[in-house]
Unconditional design. Structure first.
Lengths: 423, 395
């Protein structure tokens, strides 16, 4: 009995030390491969900086527009000045014809046109409704938004003042007139990213996606390279002693986990701090979300890595998913408009829940409890992909062991021929 | 001349044989691009997001407050999915991601209106998602303004003002908005028309680099050059020809999906569309050749192609306007064919401007063809001397 206990104890110790050796060997493989080093270190270091600089202005300000003033009155000139005074718009030119304005628009000198009708001043004097026409540039969503925000703000404000003035002429007090024009007040509260900045909206998603994609591609590249390096194209080296699957999977995962845990300090800690992106999440909350995210990405990477036969396979076959995954996360297109099929596909990739959860925590200040759905999904993914990684690696381990046994009775050439490697 | 054409043909035939011999080629050239096109076409089917879940916090519970709630529910953009008891509860739901926004109708809303005490309606929306946030804001502002106008009208009627006069006074200045040269404010137009070419350029870049790089890696470049009578131009033309044809067909398939299936307006002739698509494919192939010539070790040139290809999403300017970026990136953006392709799309295809407004963009695309000339000698020597072979230690 006592003997047995010691045996189990020794086995555990041995397992750990073996896993530790695999861990260190994986480090060695990573650090001796320039291509993988660039992918794991240069990309996560450079991309966030690059994106932050590109999006640095964050919002569109002073969109150049043409005002076609057909009214030529003091009212229309005041209206034009009000447009110019909004942060969104800048009146580049006035007093031109619609044809000239359209020509400027086609040449991209102006990005929108506001037309003030001939009867503008007269309508106001006669207390008739008047119509301002705004022609928006559909090239960029943000241009469209800027013109609409600016033009509707000025129209509403001017209209409101006119209404109050007319009501006061009808004998109401100023306060009564205000309340009639505006029976209740509206308060607009933009949650998360109050300023509507583009970087604050896009970069958190990019950060999470970069972590997952570089991890999966790096694991895939190393797997492809291993197959190229091994004489029979096996994923697992044909060591004398059969390798334990658990030790193999855990040892490899430990190597990537340590590297990415350190990278996350930079990507999710320093970058948001430098550029002032939302950082409502506390350290504990971030750890609760990011730990299962990194783990599930690693195990997914290990599972996928068995299909990459060559070094370049991962880049060729997996990189393209980055763009669809950004859309699947639900930050661009609302999830309520996803079909069931895409909602299901969305659940395959850890990035979807991690991006959603990260934005919720960091920009809205959601607690761990409020992010439980995402965190639970990530842990489920971790579990599932750990199992699949063990199954696929277990198969590879057995395959290598099998080939090693074959070596006793067959020549290299025979075995290579048997498993389909020519030459 | 004739012998050159024959050689090009021979190289092309050899390439087609190589393509059919490995699964990777079929996947990258055919399966994955077509899947991507179908994915985006299906995702943006609806054009404009509808029925985004929002909540109402009705603290008043009167006829007036219920009317406000009902009106918010019937707008196409949002659907009221929850009626909650308090602002805190609603905020928690928003943070949990179950709703995109909520409206708080204050206590005594109805009596305050009647007593002219100007109550306050607050609305909150998730602005961390750009499209959802913007739509939510527009939608809620619009509906609340309409409701406010309704009360205004009732009051004026009570004051005995004539109907026509009321109409003109409630909204003295009306804003009529027109989308210049594009009748639909359709989001899928913004997104899918640019994302699809971006997906395709990624495949073109990777495939071009791979198809040449693999000859260096697997030391088959001599055989390839022999077949082309040692002319690097013949060798590259012949090799890329099958891909040009396939990717061009895929461009046209993508155009078919966009302009026929998704019914995005197309205001140019098929001829121009084909020229644009063809130049787009060729420009990216030229860049691919440039990358592998610059870094003949495939592992590095593939990294470069990946870096450049992914960056196109940002620097083509579809998400964030180029003019609003810092100047350095504005110049940098010209180095992406997809940027020029997008310009052609916006100006000629969507807006229907005369071709002269986008002729410069066509010229830019052609300019990319010259890129391989700068590295052609380096590439040729890499193919001949095979000096860029990675050393693989077999164990």
């Amino acid at each position: 009995m006592k003997n047995k206990n010691i045996n189990i104890f020794r086995q555990i110790i041995e397992g750990f030390s073996h896993a530790f050796r695999i861990w260190m060997r994986e480090f060695q493989l990573i650090f001796s491969d320039v291509g993988v080093m660039i992918l794991i270190f240069a990309v996560p270091l450079i991309y966030p900086l690059l994106y932050s600089f590109i999006y640095y202005p964050e919002v569109v300000r002073d969109l150049p527009i043409a005002v076609v003033d057909l009214s030529h009155s003091s009212d229309s000139r005041q209206f034009t000045r009000d447009l110019d005074a909004t942060p969104d718009l800048k009146v580049a030119t006035t007093s031109i014809s619609m044809e000239e304005a359209i020509s400027m628009f086609k040449n991209r000198k102006v990005r929108g046109i506001v037309q003030i009708p001939k009867t503008f001043s007269k309508d106001i004097a006669m207390k008739r409704q008047t119509t301002i026409s705004a022609y928006a540039d559909m090239e960029f969503f943000l241009y469209y938004k800027a013109l609409m925000t600016g033009a509707s703000f000025v129209s509403l404000e001017t209209g409101n003042q006119l209404q109050i003035k007319n009501l006061m002429n009808d004998g109401l007090t100023e306060r009564q007139a205000q309340i009639t024009a505006e029976p209740f007040k509206m308060v607009d509260n933009a949650m998360a990213n109050q300023a509507g900045g583009f970087a604050s909206y896009g970069i958190p998603a990019a950060l999470i996606l970069i972590i997952q994609q570089t991890l999966i591609i790096a694991i895939g590249i190393l797997a492809g390279t291993a197959r190229e390096r091994h004489i029979f194209g096996t994923l697992v080296p044909m060591d004398r002693k059969k390798m334990g699957t658990f030790r193999l999977v855990l040892g490899k995962a430990a190597a990537y986990f340590t590297i990415y845990a350190l990278l996350c300090i930079y990507m999710l800690g320093i970058i948001p701090e430098w550029f002032g992106y939302g950082q409502s999440a506390s350290l504990v909350e971030l750890i609760a979300l990011i730990t299962p995210f990194i783990l599930s990405s690693i195990f997914m990477g290990l599972t996928l890595s068995v299909i990459f036969k060559n070094r370049e396979s991962a880049m060729m076959l997996y990189l393209f998913t980055s763009i669809p995954l950004l859309f699947l996360s639900g930050i661009i297109w609302p999830l309520s408009n996803f079909s069931t099929v895409w909602l299901a596909v969305r659940e395959i990739f850890p990035s979807s829940n991690a991006i959603f959860g990260y934005i919720k925590m960091n920009s809205l200040g959601a607690t761990i409890f409020e992010t439980r759905k995402e965190i639970m999904s990530l842990w489920i993914q971790t579990g599932v992909y750990f199992l699949t990684a063990c199954i696929t690696y277990g198969y590879q381990v057995n395959f290598s062991a099998h080939l090693r046994r074959e070596l006793a009775s067959h020549s290299y050439r025979e075995i290579r021929k048997k498993i389909g490697i020519v030459g | 001349m004739k012998s050159i054409l024959i050689n090009i043909w021979k190289v092309a035939v050899r390439e087609v044989n190589r393509m059919t011999s490995r699964g990777l080629y079929i996947l990258v050239v055919l399966v994955l691009p077509v899947l991507s096109i179908l994915f985006f076409a299906s995702l943006f089917q609806e054009g404009v997001p509808t029925k985004m879940p929002i909540a109402i916090v009705d603290l008043d519970q009167t006829a007036s407050s219920r009317k406000v709630a009902r009106n918010i529910d019937v707008t196409p953009v949002s659907t009221v999915t929850e009626n909650l008891q308090s602002e805190t509860e609603a905020m928690s739901e928003l943070r949990a991601g179950n709703i995109y926004g909520f409206v708080v109708i204050p206590k005594n809303f109805q009596s305050d209106i009647l007593a002219s005490r100007q109550p306050v309606i607050s609305y909150y929306y998730q602005n961390g998602f750009l499209i959802a946030g913007g739509l939510m804001q527009n939608d809620l502002t619009l509906i609340l303004h309409t409701l406010s106008g309704g009360i205004n009208i009732q009051k004026r009627e009570a004051m005995g003002q004539p109907e026509d006069y009321i109409k003109s006074q409630v909204q003295p200045i009306q804003l009529s908005t027109h989308q210049l040269f594009n009748p639909t404010a359709n989001y899928s137009v913004y997104i899918s028309t640019i994302v699809l070419p971006i997906m395709l350029q990624l495949f073109i870049l990777l495939m071009t680099v791979y198809s040449i790089g693999i000859e260096i890696k697997e030391r088959t470049s001599h055989e390839w050059l022999r077949l082309s009578n040692k002319s690097i131009f013949t060798a590259i033309t012949g090799k890329l020809l099958p891909y040009t044809v396939i990717f061009f067909i895929e461009m046209m398939f993508q155009n078919f999906m966009l302009y026929k299936v998704m019914q995005i307006p197309m205001n140019t002739s098929l001829g121009w569309l084909m020229i644009g698509s063809f130049l787009f494919v060729m420009a990216y192939q030229a860049i691919g050749v440039f990358f592998i010539g610059l870094l003949p070790l495939m592992r590095h040139s593939l990294n470069l192609a990946a870096f450049y290809g992914i960056l196109a999403l940002t620097l083509c300017g579809f998400s964030f306007p180029i003019e609003a970026m810092p100047p350095v990136f504005q110049y940098w953006a010209s180095g992406f064919p997809v940027r020029h392709y997008m310009h052609i799309f916006q100006s000629q295809i969507l807006a229907g401007f005369e071709p002269r407004y986008s002729i410069l963009s066509y010229l830019y695309l052609v300019l990319f063809f010259l890129l391989p000339l700068t590295i052609i000698n380096r590439l040729k020597s890499a193919l001949i001397y095979q000096t860029f072979i990675e050393n693989v230690h077999q164990t």
